[in-house]
Every structure is written in C-alpha cells, then in structure tokens.
Design a protein around this ligand. Structure first.
Ligand code: C2O
Ligand code: CU
Ligand code: CU
Length: 510
C-alpha cells in the first residue's frame, strides 16, 4: 500500500515564480528587490537579530581550479539584500557558493534564481526548516524559475551546508560545483572564545577527475558512485593554509559525491574533535582518526603552537579496506588532503575548553527511554535489485510513503539501518529535519576485515544528520521529534545512490 499525499497547490504557487518573472542576474534581482511587492512580503521580525535576505543564483560559469585553462562549472553566487554585512563571504576564488554566517534565532529569506538550463531546488543540509523550505524535489523550479525560502534558524552553533536536491540530478549538479557552507553561531558559543576570524577555517573536501583541458570528467561506476582522482579542498588541489603558531578551528565538510575519508594527521597526532554535523559537542573528543562520509561534517581544534616556523602539518587520508571499483585513486589509499604551512610566530593563549555546549541529553525526552516505537523500531533494510540500491525493496517516488514511513511528533523514534545484503557497500544515511543521535552499532559475523580498519573512527557523539553504515552493520539511531509537519526525506548521501532512488519520503502528520 502506498499513500499519496495531495499537494497543496497554493503552497507551491506562492513560492514558484514562472520564467517570465525570473531575474536575469543576482545583481539585477537585488536592485529589483525593493521595488517588487511580490518578493518577500515582510512579517514582523522574529527576534533581535535582523533578518538576512539573500539572492542566490545558480548558473554556469568558470573557475580557476588548476593551472592552465579555466574549468567550466556550475556555481552559486549570492548577494545580500539586507541583514548583517558579514552574512555572506566568498571562499577565495572558488567555484563553491558563498559561505553563509547566520545566528540562532535569525530569520533567513532566500530568493533562489535558477539560471541553469534544467530544474533545480536547494536544500539546507542539517538545518531544521519547514517542509516547503527544505528543498524537497517536488518544489524544483525550471530553468529561469525562482523559489522563495523564509525560515527561522534554530540549529545550534555549527557547520551546515547547502546543495541542489532535484530528483535524479543532485549528483550531477553537485559534481558540477553547486554546493556551499552555512555557519550558524549562537550566544553560548560566543562565550567560549573559540578561534575566530582567520583562525576559523572552512575546508570542503571533494574529489574530481580532469581531462587534458582542465574540464571535469564525470563517470559513474555502476552501483558504487563516482570518484575523482584529484582531491580538492575549497575547489583547489594541493590546498595549503599559510598558518601561524596558534590554535585553529577547522570546519571540515565531506562534499564529495561518493568518496569516504579516514582523516588523520601526517605526524600521527590525534584529532581533537569539537563539533559534528549538528554543532558543538558537549566535550571535545580525542580520536586517532575519523571516518567522514559524504555529507558529514567535523569541527577540529588544531593546535599549531607545538610546531615551529618552517614546519608543515598535513591532513591526510589514512589507509583502510573497503571493496570497491578499481579506480585511479582507490578509496582506502593514502593521500594528502590539505597542508598547514606554519610560516609565522604569533602569540595566542587560548585553551581548548573542557565544556563546549549543553548536552543533547539535557533535551527532555530525547532519550531512548522515551522512544514511541521502542517495542517496534523502524527497520530500514538496505537492499538492492535491478541494479539499484533501495530501502526495504522500494525506490523513491515523488509523493509516496508507506505506513511505516509516518513519523510521530509525539516523541523520538528508533530507526535501524541494516546493511547486510550481499555485496553490501558503505552507505552514509541522512535524515532531513532535526538532528538525531546515534544509539548503537553492531556487526554481523563475516564482515570484520574491512570494519577493523575503520571502526575506531566513527564519531557517534553529539548531534548528527548523517551516519555512516558500514558493510555488515546494523546502526540504530534516535530521531528527534519533528518540529514541522509535511513530507521530508531520508536517503543515502552517496549522491549517485540517492539519484538511483536510494531515497524515500517520511511523512509527519500535522
Ligand atoms: Cu545533503 Cu537530502 O541532502
Ligand atoms: Cu539534508
Ligand atoms: Cu548508499
């Protein structure tokens, strides 16, 4: 049985603008903004922080990625219509979209202008937004179209991101360059005095393959996804940070379509993790290395005071074992990702705080004991048939969901992802809506060889929106009771898997 939810046409037409009203460029749009009574009718301010009002445009362009010819890319460009002046920052000379800097309690309004030649819609990954602001593919707008978002930010301080989410075209659009980072701040974070300004770094890791004229080559490897042989950070190969003898806050996003990283340091020093997908941890975690699947984020405290000028510290991929396609740069091989080149002495007496943020366990009811389905957890078997990855044998349909995909607002729920089908691959499972907790992992017998090489690197504390489910594993999570009603999605964040239908709706009744 499948339930089709009727679309509320007024909800869509309110936000969709036909090509005739499309803006030609972000600049024009910003200029036209004040004059148009259609765009963003004002509501009362939500709080003390002024709204951020942004025009975001996706269009074809070029980027300076490697020496030589420019690379044809698709990119987001942004312009700030109103709001704090530091709301948007461009990553130096990168194809990546602007970095948004937002505050908990702030209202964000975005006019998305689709200047591509195909449908698109943008999703704010990790941000808890109403269904019609979440970038569900049903809201995709055609070439020349426009979509207006208006929602309040109530996530905790942390690192989130945005990327396209149209049905079956997400992987290609991200591969072509469409992605960007969103940073959320809050008042409690401000008291921690964490490294800021030039000591607060963003690193978006992606892999790409180039042809002889510096153009992206996109090749899907059957059911395994796509893999580049060149590692880019913020859209550049051999990424190097000119650094001082100071502590840094490093926000890392795996923005790759399929590649999984085992992050470590070249000198064997441990990682001090201060944040995950859903923001700051309660306490820092010390780990030998960390597994980061597509879509996941980590924030590190990287203390360069113990190095001297002239030294280098590299963020590297450490070897691990995972059966996969034979590709030029195999997933578990050793390679460099980014280099900190320590080239100046500066004094900084900050210490890593012992306590960073309130525990999510302080959130009354966000505890396994309160799970409304404790006796009958939602079991999602990762299956495959007909050359496609599926959930419980089903693929994505635009509006469809099953009775077991109806999520309660009453309390948290347990979901179990079971990845024991034959030829299992690693699947980073992502839920839209509020952040969840990872409850437990267990491994079926026979899958140990690969698992042993990664298991000490799963960062399962704190709030998560994406969790790696390794071959042979059953991973249990506790989803937070939804804030908003409507259709949301869960899917594998291997973007080729998502596009082949390894994605489903869940429905939250009003
Ligand atoms: Cu980052 Cu539904 O995805
Ligand atoms: Cu998402
Ligand atoms: Cu997958």
């Amino acid at each position: 049985m499948s339930i089709e939810r009727p679309v509320d046409p007024s909800a869509i037409s309110r936000r969709r603008f036909l090509a005739s009203t499309a803006r030609l460029s972000a600049g024009l749009a910003a200029a036209a903004y004040g004059a148009s009574s259609l765009a963003f009718p004002r509501r009362a301010l939500a709080g003390p922080i002024p709204d951020a009002v942004v025009e975001l445009t996706c269009a074809a362009g070029t980027a300076n990625v490697r020496a030589g010819a420019l690379t044809n890319v698709w990119k987001y460009t942004g312009s700030l219509t109103s709001g704090p002046a530091n709301t948007l920052a461009t990553l130096n000379d990168s194809y990546l979209g602007p970095v948004f800097r937002l505050w908990n309690g702030q209202r964000l309004r975005v006019g998305l202008n689709n200047n591509l030649t195909e449908d698109t819609i943008t999703h704010w990954h990790g941000i808890d937004a109403p269904a019609e602001d979440d970038g569900h593919p049903m809201y995709a707008v055609g070439a020349g179209g426009r979509y207006e978002y208006d929602f309040e930010i109530h996530n905790r301080a942390g690192t989130y991101w945005y990327h396209p989410h149209p049905d079956m075209r997400t992987a290609v659009q991200v591969q072509n360059g469409l992605a960007g980072v969103m940073i959320v701040h809050d008042d409690k974070e401000a008291l921690l005095n964490l490294p800021s300004g030039e000591q607060d770094l963003v690193m978006v890791i992606q892999d790409r393959t180039f042809n002889a004229s510096n153009q992206f080559v996109y090749q899907v490897r059957g059911m395994a996804g796509s893999y580049g042989d060149t590692i880019l950070v913020n859209g550049k190969p051999n990424y190097t940070v000119s650094a001082a003898t100071r502590p840094y806050r490093v926000r890392i996003l795996n923005g790759s379509n399929s590649r999984i990283y085992k992050l470590g340091f070249s000198d064997g020093s441990p990682l001090y993790i201060i944040g995950t997908d859903g923001g700051l941890l309660t306490r820092p975690m010390k780990m030998p290395f960390a597994i980061l699947g597509p879509g996941e984020r980590l924030e590190l405290w990287v203390d360069l005071r113990r190095y001297s000028v002239g030294q280098q510290l590299k963020l590297v991929n450490q070897p691990y074992t995972l059966t996969g396609p034979s590709i030029p740069l195999p997933q578990g091989s050793a390679f460099d990702i980014a280099t900190f080149s320590i080239d100046r002495n500066e004094t900084d007496t900050r210490q890593l705080p012992n306590y960073l943020a309130e525990s999510y366990l302080d959130n009354v009811g966000f505890d396994e004991a309160y799970a409304v389905n404790a006796l009958n957890p939602r079991v999602i078997n990762i299956t495959n048939s007909g050359g496609h990855w599926r959930f419980n044998g089903l693929s994505f349909t635009m509006m469809g969901y099953e009775p077991w995909e109806i999520v309660s607002k009453v309390g948290p729920e347990i979901w179990e992802f079971v990845n024991t089908a034959s030829n299992a691959q690693a699947h980073p499972m992502h839920l839209h809506g509020p952040q969840f907790r990872v409850l437990s992992r267990s491994l079926a017998p026979g899958w140990e060889a690969s698992y042993e090489t990664v298991k000490d690197g799963f960062v399962d504390r704190g709030l998560k929106d994406t969790v790696m489910v390794w071959p042979g594993e059953t991973v249990r999570i506790l989803s937070h009771p939804p804030t908003y009603s409507g259709l949301f999605m869960y899917h594998c964040h291997n973007l080729e898997h998502e596009d082949m239908g390894m994605m489903r709706n869940f429905y939250v009744a009003p």
